[in-house]
Design a protein around this ligand. Structure first.
Ligand SMILES: NC(=O)c1ccc[n+]([C@@H]2O[C@H](COP(=O)([O-])OP(=O)(O)OC[C@H]3O[C@@H](n4cnc5c(N)ncnc54)[C@H](O)[C@@H]3O)[C@@H](O)[C@H]2O)c1
Length: 270
């Protein structure tokens, strides 16, 4: 059986996924959507057999078994509302799932319609430990994300705080607070905080620090967790994607693996 895949968001990750799936016989990329239609059209030219470019997320219904979202948190709610009743979803812009009512609606729809919503680990690690132990008790979940200031230049929150990223000569903590605020103020940069929160103690209890460090070229994520299972400290140093310094290469690889497991039917790891 060939799995028919739709892709929402034809930027860095969406394009990588579409091209990587092109070599497989058991998967066919059959529909693309991007709010910038020329991006979807350009990607369409690079895939064989040629997928169709749809005019909105409704266009995925009826022609896709699985839709992969690689767009933006504000695209998530409408995608879930309009398509989860008909096909399975992989959501990468996890920040979109913490908006009031969105996850509850998704759970209800998936149950009623026998569809599934998957959230890959993306650019973070340690979700397995947090997931497995959350219900038995976690005392602390803290994320420290360190990025080159170049990745944060267009963040309005930092402009409003008059933080001049161009003049930094040493690491600076630019945010300290809850995952809820981190996702709101850094919507394009900190989906990992949303993923940690959803697996663990929620957006109000998960603590986040964001550091701008002009001396690094990686996106690093340090996760500290304490709970009934014991303690965990992990540090992941992600290389940025060559085409988009805001996102990590691992995120695209993680989605690809999730699609492979979806098609293969076997999932290793919690
Ligand atoms: N979960 C994670 O660990 C993780 C890691 C990296 C990236 N991400 C997220 O994945 C998403 C894609 O990342 P990317 O590097 O490919 O970004 P990108 O900017 O390269 O591409 C995003 C594409 O989506 C399109 N788009 C944006 N909003 C849209 C909307 N509402 N409807 C339709 N199209 C829309 C844009 O025009 C663009 O072509 C982003 O939201 C990013 O924050 C998550």
């Amino acid at each position: 059986m060939t799995v028919r895949v739709g892709i929402l968001g034809c930027g860095n990750i969406g394009s990588y996924i579409a091209s990587a799936l092109g070599d497989r016989q058991d998967i066919r990329v059959c529909a693309l959507f991007d709010k910038e239609v020329e991006r979807a059209q350009a990607l369409c030219q690079r895939i064989t057999p040629t997928p169709k470019v749809v005019a909105g997320v409704e266009g995925f219904v009826g022609c896709c078994d699985l839709v992969v979202e690689a767009a933006a948190p504000d695209a998530v709610e409408s995608l879930i509302k309009k398509t989860l009743g008909y096909c399975d979803l992989i959501i990468l812009s996890v920040g979109g799932l913490i908006r009031e009512g969105t996850l509850d609606f998704a759970e209800k729809t998936a149950k009623e319609c026998k569809t599934k919503l998957y959230v890959p680990s993306g650019a973070i690690t340690g979700l397995d430990v947090i997931k497995a132990s959350a219900k038995k008790g976690l005392r602390k979940v803290k994320l420290t994300t360190t990025k080159n200031p170049r990745s944060l230049l267009d963040v309005s929150y930092l402009k409003e705080k008059n933080i001049d990223l161009n003049s930094l000569s040493a690491p600076l903590i630019v945010f300290k607070g809850t995952a809820k605020d981190a996702v709101e103020f850094f919507p394009k940069n900190i989906n990992v905080a949303a993923a940690l929160s959803l697996c663990g103690v929620g957006v109000e209890e998960t603590r986040v620090e964001i550091v701008a460090d002009p001396g690094i070229t990686t996106n690093s994520h340090e996760v500290e967790v304490e709970g009934v299972f014991g303690k965990m400290y992990v540090k992941l140093e992600n290389l940025p994607s060559p085409e988009n310094p805001k996102t990590s290469y691992l995120a695209a690889l993680s989605v690809l693996r999730q699609i492979e497991e979806y098609v293969g039917g076997v999932k290793i790891g919690t």
